[in-house]
Ligand binder design. Sequence first.
Ligand code: CP
Length: 310
Amino acid sequence: MTTGYNFTQKHILGIHHLSVDDIDFILKTADSFKEISTRAIKKVPTMRGLTVINLFFEPSTRTRLSFEIAAKRMSADTYNISATTSSAVKGETLIDTARNISAMKPDIIIMRHSFAGAPEMLTRYIDASVINAGDGSHEHPSQGLLDMMTVREHKGRLEGLKVTIVGDILHSRVARSDLLGFTRMGARVFVYGPATMIPPGLEELGATVCSSLEEAVADADVVMTLRIQKERQKDPLFPSLREYAQKYGINRRILDQARPDAIVMHPGPINRGVELMPDVADGPRSVILDQVTNGVAVRMALLYLVMGNT
Ligand code: CP
């Protein structure tokens, strides 16, 4: 177990709230937890007797399942509530839902919601620790952390690397958490996408906004591509998927402009043939499934660390 640092965060609401030392300690703790998932008996008693609730108001495969697996591997009791199976469909407010869940004395609540700031609001009504599993277009801190863990594992460092993010930056909470995390840890983040999907103010957050895909990918150590978040667009922001794939899709020809040892990442779910061509997604440079594996370790680390401050 990693020791020697006083981690004081009760909630994980965003990378924005984490210092360089917090991030480094979370990643080191995740490194130490990763081995548990390779054992024949994948269970330790660390969280025995604690109650973890997955409160997901938006769909999820990776985040929800990996938080549940992480909690179960540490022997916590886990429960899942989704929007469709909760009393939210009967008109209950989020605050009432929060107060009622709190009355059942959970220790940690993991929340995904379409409204930016919903997990932060939850902290004002409950005693439990809250972990943000993605709030609107705001942040997805555990994804940012697992992305940093994956890059550090493959590259041995984060400092000085060129990390390129291509796609729907405007609506992506992953892009925001990655941008905040990678720049905080000393990497250089370059972004590219349709002008309609590049929000203002990215330079102030430390990103370089590129004017072509070639410029974005040239000599990159990491090429990350993002799905178009159709669920967050009122009107279409590009002419057609075909045109999007031609202009912004990562294929082998484009990837050849990155460093020879560049890795390809995607938070999932992938729209194959749109933002990422299948031969690249499944190719030798892809570390997409490593991201998923590391997601369990990072989420074990987050549960373990906030557990100490609940
Ligand atoms: N990366 C991610 O958040 O995936 P899910 O939506 O499947 O959780």
